[in-house]
Ligand binder design. Structure first.
Ligand code: GAL
Length: 636
């Protein structure tokens, strides 16, 4: 597998006279991909129907002739000002009922039909013009669906589309009333056009209503993306990608991924540490300039699954970003480490965002590979170093994981809809399990919830999976080892009701959750042998084998054959211990890595990554801060 580097470039931001030199410098740095176009709509179509593609023709020509392959983005994340005059009601509307105005980006509602038609029109023009262009070797649809909280829209367009969606799903309001339990507060509907969006209600709306709105909103993203992908495919054989973001769960990425060839994501480790990671101050201080050691890897593994094996980093942080509360500079070596870590997890390409730091507009404070005065910024040397190292590339293949973790977007919506405890967050739960596994030195595969074959993994984990899909239920016997569910697994029906018999109702496992409690910060439930549940604990009634007990004698984990149910949220050390034991039962080798050190097997190689700000010595290796070490794989 050929691994490659690239960069995001905005020819429309720079004088044309500069393009050639920029392209030559990209090539000189060892980059082979360049992404262009994704925000250029106002320059491609300055007025309705008046297109100006010549400059893009020339830019692609210059870049291509220099030896670069182009990823062409569709510009639909940035509808120009005239578009809002044409469709004043196309703006998304937030939960408080305010339109999300023009003046930045992503100011559109996925449900607006006429805007979608305009998107199809511009995508058709691009695909017709560049579909056979020899330099256009890949496509990107839109930019970061869901970013800036843009999946859910409470607009008139969304309301009418939601009603249609409900009518199709339920066929009759009687069926809908039954499914949602609308008898509860006299919420029955007689017609679909009486149903509103689940916002601005006096107190909480019906969770079944919210859950359907979340499903509908996700489907709208899928349909929007599919419309673009179908057009591009009609005119081009080049693979199509979308650049997803970190920790966005508002739409089902697996469902979007079905229509694409490659999943890609935008990796901003320092921004994420500051902005979207629950961690204590000590952890954030220790990893200030390196990012969390597992956050990027989690997304690499997740998007490898979304891309069914094919994935990229479309945007890689090259220096300080501008958008987090604090924006430190990476430790020297981290840009290289982040890049190699992506390759070790199977990325086909890593593209840096962006080529030159912009001296104007919103992202003036965001680093590029070049400074605004075109001198090299520190990230360029590290990118160049990776390019040289890649030239002498070993066979960095993607190795199957030791264990698998199921990740389900609908479960994220379910527990946002009914958290029951203010800090019960599905991503957080899954990520805690992922962190524990990584700290044990394991390679992890993330699986979608409709996985039908578990025969490759001796340990499969499904924390918080709110409903057990039939396909997964049928797949359970294919696992040659242990499948662990809980907490809150299979706790709802697909209609968002509490099932009877009570959850988890797993095949062959006699266990019922009879009561749950959420625990505020500082509160915990002690376990026999010293561990603790935090955030969440469940009372279990069970005749199954008790694998672990609470200090009060109640079962904390029960099991039968290859199934386990864990009735709580273990704190990190407890979780690591439990997972270590589960691995030992199945002869999966673990080790307790020092904080900050992580490993990843990739084909015949084992990579070691030191995310710590200090040197680490382990297993006969000594790694400096930000150190990357590649050794021939010793593991049998
Ligand atoms: C990404 C986005 C880019 C740029 C970047 C800055 O989320 O796709 O266009 O804004 O962030 O870090």
């Amino acid at each position: 597998m050929q691994r490659a580097l690239g960069v995001c470039y905005y020819p429309e931001h720079w004088p044309e006279a500069q393009w050639r030199e920029d392209a030559a410098r990209m090539v000189e740095a060892g980059l082979t991909w360049v992404r262009v176009g994704e925000f250029a709509w106002s320059r491609l179509e300055p007025a309705p129907g008046q297109t100006e593609f010549d400059w893009l023709d020339r830019a692609i020509e210059v870049l291509g002739k220099a030896g670069l392959q182009v990823v062409l983005g569709t510009p639909t994340a940035t509808p120009p000002r005239w578009m809002i005059e044409r469709h004043p009601d196309m703006l998304a509307v937030d939960e408080a009922g305010h339109p999300r105005k023009f003046g930045s980006r992503r100011h559109y509602c996925f449900s607006h039909r006429a805007y979608l038609d305009d998107c199809k029109r511009i995508v058709t023009l691009l695909a017709q013009r560049y579909g056979r262009n020899p330099h256009v070797a890949a496509w990107q649809t839109d930019n970061e669906y869901g970013c800036h909280d843009t999946t859910l829209s409470y607009s008139d367009a969304a309301r009418s589309a939601f009603r249609d969606w409900l009518a199709q799903k339920y066929q009759s309001t009687d069926a809908l009333n039954r499914a949602w339990g609308n008898v509860f507060w006299s919420m029955d509907y007689a017609r679909f056009d009486q149903i509103d969006m689940p916002n601005l209600t006096v107190t909480e709306p019906n969770p079944a209503h919210v859950m359907d709105f979340r499903r509908f909103s996700s489907d709208q993203v899928v349909a929007f993306n599919r419309a673009q992908a179908e057009i591009i495919r009609h005119h081009s054989d080049a693979p199509i990608a979308h650049n997803y973001m970190g920790r966005i769960t508002d739409f089902d990425h697996f469902a979007v991924g079905v229509d694409l060839d490659i999943a890609s994501w935008d990796s901003y480790p320092l921004g994420f540490l500051s902005d979207r990671l629950e961690a204590d101050a000590a952890h954030k201080a220790a990893f200030l300039r390196q990012g969390d050691p597992d956050f990027q890897a989690f997304h690499h593994d997740l998007y490898r699954a979304v891309g069914r094996g094919r994935w990229w980093v479309m945007e890689q942080q090259p220096g300080p970003v501008n958008w987090a509360p604090f924006n430190p500079a990476p430790l020297p070596g981290m840009v290289r480490l982040w890049t190699w870590e992506a390759f070790a997890h199977g990325a086909e390409a890593v593209c840096y965002f962006r080529w030159r730091q912009a001296p104007f507009a919103q992202e003036q404070m965001h680093a590029g590979l070049l400074r605004p005065d075109s001198a090299p910024a520190p990230g360029l040397a590290e990118a160049t170093q990776v390019a040289l190292e890649l030239a002498d590339a070993p066979d960095v293949a993607c190795t199957p994981g030791d264990v698998a973790l199921i990740f389900d977007y609908a479960s994220a919506w379910a527990w946002q809809t009914q958290p029951q405890g203010a800090d019960f967050d599905y991503f957080r739960l899954c990520f805690a399990w992922y962190q524990a596994l990584r700290r044990l030195g394991l390679n992890i595969d993330i699986l979608p919830p409709d996985t039908r074959d578990l025969s490759r993994w001796k340990l499969v984990l499904a924390p918080g999976l709110y409903t057990l899909p039939e396909s997964l239920r049928a797949a359970l016997p294919t696992c040659p080892g242990t499948v662990v569910f809980g907490p809150r697994a299979n706790a709802k029906t697909p209609d968002f009701a509490t099932p009877v018999p009570l959850p988890p109702a797993l095949p062959g496992l006699d266990a019922r959750v009879t009561r749950v409690e959420s625990l505020p910060r500082g509160a915990s439930v002690s376990l026999e042998g010293g561990g603790r549940f935090v955030h969440w604990a469940e009372d279990l009634e069970s005749r199954a084998r008790v694998v672990l007990r609470r200090a009060d004698g109640q079962p904390a984990m029960v099991g039968a054959d290859g199934l386990r149910y864990l009735a709580g949220w273990p704190e990190p050390g407890t979780l690591r211990g439990l997972l270590r034991d589960l691995c030992a039962e199945r002869n999966i080798m673990t080790q307790d890595l020092p904080e900050g050190l992580r490993l990843r097997d990739a084909g015949s190689w084992r990579f070691w990554f030191n995310h710590a700000a200090h040197a680490v010595t382990w297993a006969g290796h000594s790694l400096p801060p930000a150190g990357v070490l590649r050794e021939s794989k010793v593991r049998s």
